[in-house]
Design a protein around this ligand. Structure first.
Ligand code: RIB
Ligand code: CA
Length: 324
């Protein structure tokens, strides 16, 4: 049973990652920390509470983190996720359960200290909170067992030709995290997540499964797919954060490679993760494992059968066809 903290900026793909881990019997979610990114800190925090209500998991604490980035300015927002970050469905939390007292950084540091070496940290937004925890407690890095982060890219970015959104939003924080010396850092970048795309067929399956969660995911991915088509002319939307989350449940969802990763913190390539795979650059000390080839069928089967276990046979059949 893995102990997990999720640092997140929900966000449509964050939502699916949170729903996946809430539905899994293989993890204990110790808490969720929020960071401004896809939308404002207030909105991502409201969205996290909404998602936990839908998942029936208001027992999980939500801790507010950074509104802006270490690199200066308020977190930068893009509207792939709708103005409200959840596909413009106008959802908001209905229960009186709000965010917990205490900051995200304090929660990260104290939780890691309570369970030294046991905690898995899933970071699926800008790395501002994580970097602040690294700087706040010299023991944080060794107390965290592994960090799995969605961010960066070996190749082209999605916010600039060089930079992926999470790294681009706070490159100074990303630089702190990659230099921190985590024993087990897994970088799930765009080169991997672009292989994990939600096809129209799988999205239609969500509609046909007709459960509260499947209807919710079908609805919130509407604007996500519209944005992908408008921006990239593609009918599929990339499930960036759910792929990183799935690694915690099944590391075989992708192949990873040791690499030295450095972050450009200024200039034209600001936010670029410069990935030097150890196979190509053996003289550079590896500080991460970088996700490469994805088994999309394995990933979507895991995602959908965890969310909808009663439909496992149908899901296996549809996924085999969609990702043949
Ligand atoms: O580049 C994709 C990442 O940026 C994902 O985490 C998405 O939620 C956005 O935060
Ligand atoms: Ca995210």
């Amino acid at each position: 049973m893995k102990r997990v903290i999720i640092d997140t900026d929900p966000g449509i793909d964050d939502t699916i990652a949170l729903l996946l881990l809430c539905a899994s019997d293989d993890v204990v979610i110790e808490g969720i920390t929020t960071v401004g990114g896809n939308v404002s800190l207030d909105q991502v925090t409201r969205n996290a509470l909404t998602i936990l209500e839908l998942a029936g998991r208001t027992d999980i604490g939500v801790y507010r983190g950074a509104a802006g980035s270490m690199s200066g300015g308020e977190g930068r927002h893009v509207f792939a996720h709708g103005e409200d970050g959840l596909g413009n469905l106008g959802l908001s939390p209905t229960s009186a359960v709000g965010a917990r007292e205490g900051s995200a950084v304090d929660f990260l540091v104290e939780s890691a200290r309570e369970h030294p070496g046991e905690m898995s940290l899933l970071a699926i937004g800008p790395l501002t909170n994580v970097a602040a925890a690294v700087l706040a407690d010299p023991a944080f890095v060794s107390n965290i067992g592994q960090i799995v982060l969605m961010g960066g890219a070996e190749g082209a970015g999605n916010m600039t030709p060089s930079a992926e959104f999470n790294a681009w939003s706070d490159p100074v924080a990303a630089d702190v995290v990659f230099r921190a010396g985590f024993d087990r850092l897994v970088m799930v970048g765009l080169d991997a997540t672009r292989q994990a795309h939600l096809t129209p067929g799988v999205r239609e399956l969500l509609r046909q499964l007709d459960t509260p969660v499947s209807r919710f995911v079908h609805a919130i991915t509407r604007s996500y797919v519209d944005f992908a088509f408008a921006e990239q002319g593609r009918l599929a939307a990339e499930l960036h954060d759910p792929l990183a989350a799935a690694y915690l449940l099944d590391p075989a969802v992708f192949v990873s490679h040791p690499a030295n990763v450095e972050v450009c913190t200024e200039g034209l390539c600001q936010g670029r993760t410069v990935v030097a795979r150890s196979s190509d650059f053996p003289h550079l000390t590896p500080n991460a494992r970088v996700a490469g080839e994805v088994d999309a069928g394995r990933f979507f089967t895991l995602l959908l059968t965890t969310l909808f276990p009663d439909a496992s046979e149908l899901i296996t059949r549809v996924v085999a066809h969609e990702y043949r």
